[in-house]
Design a protein. Sequence first.
Length: 82
Amino acid sequence: MGRNFGELAKIRHVITYTISPFEQKAFPNYFSKGIPNVWRRITSSFFKVAPPMILMYTCYTWGNHVYEQGKRKIATDYENDE
């Protein structure tokens, strides 16, 4: 009734090698190469990412501050409303 998804086409003269997931290491070189690589990538992109994030945060806090100020009632407008 048709072919399975992995067998849609016949490819000749191509040899593939696989290793069982049970024979692989789950986290090879995690502490020796992985963490230093993450630190290097963060420090190299910090000055590209941080200024826009700081600008967005200050704009957001300023906008919330102005919005809260606009919601306040002015007490002098309601002094004689008895």
